[in-house]
Design a protein. Structure first.
Length: 194
């Protein structure tokens, strides 16, 4: 899945696509294709999930489940999967860093890595990007209640918690909205040059 908001901070490099607030299907396909061609085929089962927004590209691949994780208790299975993920992380670190640097240079995005193995999903690196917002008193009171109740450490954490909750509970609707945005982008790309 490639999100529709791809952004490049560079304005001088002609080779980079300038997708600050919108993307083209071609740009998303180029980025997805570049990673598919650049990643070692032995790393993941199938095609990795590549999600892009204005600041970050997240690459999440599925690791084969180790034989040792089958037919054992839940605690032992969790340990086997955690160890398998950690080994992959350590063994591929230098190569992942090199690929990330190439992608950052080519596309102007930071790259985050993660894997899925069995029923576990673990992100190795992710960006935490500040987002400016203006809230009226009723919204601020919601955040303050979450902080006072110990659900969040700060208003910022409380706002992130609310966003995750909305994302979790409206995932199907957000998926349909993203699909609609892709149709809008294809219509824009097919239109006359501005």
């Amino acid at each position: 899945m490639v999100d529709v908001n791809i952004g490049s901070r560079s304005t001088g490099a002609r080779e980079r696509c300038n997708f600050d607030y919108m993307t083209t299907s071609e740009a998303a396909e180029e980025l997805r294709g570049w990673f598919s061609g650049r990643l070692p085929e032995v790393w993941f089962e199938g095609t990795p999930e590549i999600v892009v927004d204005r600041e970050e590209v997240s690459v999440v691949g599925r690791l084969p489940e180790p034989e040792a994780a089958r037919g054992v208790g839940e605690s032992e299975r969790a340990g086997v999967l955690a160890g398998h993920i950690q080994r992959f992380r350590e063994e591929t670190r230098d190569q992942r860093i090199a690929i990330a640097r190439e992608a950052e240079h080519k596309f102007g995005h930071k790259v985050s890595w993660g894997v899925e193995c069995g029923d576990r999903r673990e992100m190795f690196t992710t960006l935490s990007v500040p987002v400016m917002t203006r809230l009226r008193q009723p919204e601020r009171r919601v955040l303050d209640t979450l902080v006072e109740a110990g659900v969040a450490r700060s208003r910022s954490d409380a706002l992130a918690w609310c966003v995750r909750l909305v994302g979790k509970n409206t995932d199907e609707w957000l998926g349909r909205l993203r699909e609609a945005l892709e149709h809008v982008e294809r219509a824009r790309a097919a239109g006359p040059d501005a």
